[in-house]
Design a protein around this ligand. Sequence first.
Ligand code: HEM
Length: 156
Amino acid sequence: MVGSTAPAPLRGMRWGIKASFLAYLAHLPDTAMSATDGAVDSPEGFVFPLEDASDFDARTGAGELRFRGDVRLRGHGGMLSVRFANPRVTVDDVGPWLSVEDAAGARRRVAALGTPRSAGGGGIEIPAALTAEAVACFNDVYPEGTGLDPVVIRGV
Ligand code: HEM
């Protein structure tokens, strides 16, 4: 991967999006990636520092964790342009979700999250599956429910 090599922050969320998608991008001739506004591109995935946990109840696991950072991926002469910015993990009546701001600046639920388990190296790891509303972000290549990389949260 490209971008900053600064050490990953201790409090935050790490997400590799989808390994096969990043592998595909790595083989395009003109891929450009950026990680800004606090996001860090690490070998294990993009790291987004914790921005706000005031709406999250650690005892019940309900509420919302807000993270900061802006990851953009471009290729195919700009035809491929995706943005995953300021991710939030929200636990509400419908379930746990991962949402991000997309290329148009709209907040979009990108993944339905599963049951957390302990992550190697500390924190928790949560399985993630593509939502119907984010299928278009990947050019309709992956169907709803496709497994994405798990979300890792630590230090929260
Ligand atoms: C000029 C336009 C495009 C062309 C010619 C193109 C071509 C291709 C080709 C040939 C593959 C198969 C690669 C392989 O199997 O190794 C592929 C896969 C894929 N493309 Fe594109 N693509 C284009 C635009 C886009 C756009 C706009 C997106 C939106 C994000 C996109 C997302 C994907 C994804 C997610 C895969 C599957 C990667 C994987 O998990 O293996 N493509 N594309």
